[in-house]
Ligand binder design. Structure first.
Ligand SMILES: [Zn+2]
Length: 306
């Protein structure tokens, strides 16, 4: 991939060749789905298949096309690994999928958030893509315009309404969210939500609203959650975050006020933290940094200069 990507890419981003030009080639797709060297990334009720071998780090488990024969007509082309096609397949309708697909190694369907930071980066990206697009399919089985069932087209990258008078195409969507490291030079603003793991603190974040620029969304969310105002909103990097359907757009922003008034409907707490304190602190039961696979952690680590 080219140099315009920020290096290294954030977790769950990665250089897959998506081969979009092949999505409409029905003959080629049928051939790849009959080719034993093609790989299937199975998804089951939002979970991914991961090897659970004692004493080893988790690894993604791929299947051969013949393992999912019953579900193959809804396989989704993710892309190409050199000459090999990679598909996702949602097995949610099967009650006991491990028994149905019989993986070659002991494996379980698990929430990617449990194992993401431990997986090889490329595997994490593939599983995230598979999970994200399977989620979109599961939520768009009916047309939003006329209510008729939809069916997949273009190797799972479109769903089209089956009502001939409507025929509306529906495209995979991802919801933009801004996430921002707010600082005043020596201190940064971190908060925590009550639902987060104990002691975890992170940057502020929120969804972009219709009719709003990203910079406006950053300033609005920071103000709504803490009453701090910001300027110099600068883009940092982005991260696919299919939990369930977000694209995180990361920013740094400079605070122009320092008094904090926490909106307790959104946050349990928000405070200023000195750079020196953060650099010296080790995670403990009172304060932990955000998870290692999150862009929040990257925004913070880059601001800390480590
Ligand atoms: Zn319709």
């Amino acid at each position: 991939m080219s140099d315009f990507l920020r290096k290294p890419p954030n977790f769950y981003a990665g250089g897959l060749n998506r081969a979009a030009h092949l999505r409409k080639d029905e003959a080629w797709l049928a051939e790849r789905l009959n080719d034993g060297s093609s790989l299937i990334v199975p998804v089951w009720r939002g979970n991914n298949l991961v090897a659970s071998i004692e004493g080893e780090e988790p690894r993604a488990v791929f299947l051969a096309p013949d393992a999912i024969a019953t579900a193959i007509n809804e396989a989704i082309l993710l892309g190409m690994d050199e000459e090999r096609a990679i598909f996702a397949c949602d097995l949610s309708e099967i009650e006991t999928p491990q028994e149905a697909v019989q993986p070659a190694v002991p494996a379980q369907f698990v929430d990617l958030r449990r194992v993401g930071p431990l997986l090889p980066r490329q595997e994490g990206s593939l599983l995230a893509f598979a999970r994200g697009i399977a989620y979109w399919h599961s939520r768009h089985r009916y047309c939003g315009m006329c209510g008729a069932p939809t069916k997949p087209e273009e190797a799972g990258h479109v769903r089209r309404c089956t009502n001939p008078d409507c025929n509306a195409p529906h495209f995979p969507r991802t919801d933009p969210a801004v996430i921002m490291l707010v600082h005043d030079g020596d201190r940064c603003l971190l908060g925590r939500q009550a639902a987060w793991p104990p002691a975890m603190h992170s940057t502020l974040a929120g969804f972009v609203e219709p009719g709003e620029s990203l910079e406006e969304a950053v300033a609005r969310e920071v103000y709504e959650e803490t009453k701090v105002t910001v300027e110099d909103v600068t883009y940092h990097s982005s991260q696919p975050w299919p939990f369930p359907a977000s694209l995180m757009l990361g920013f740094h922003a400079r605070a122009t006020t320092s008094a904090i008034e926490v909106d307790h409907s959104e946050l349990e707490d928000a405070r200023w933290y000195e750079r020196e304190w953060l650099l010296a602190h080790q995670d403990d039961e009172h304060f932990r940094l955000p998870r290692r696979d999150s862009i929040a952690r990257r925004l913070l680590e880059d601001w800390l200069g480590r």
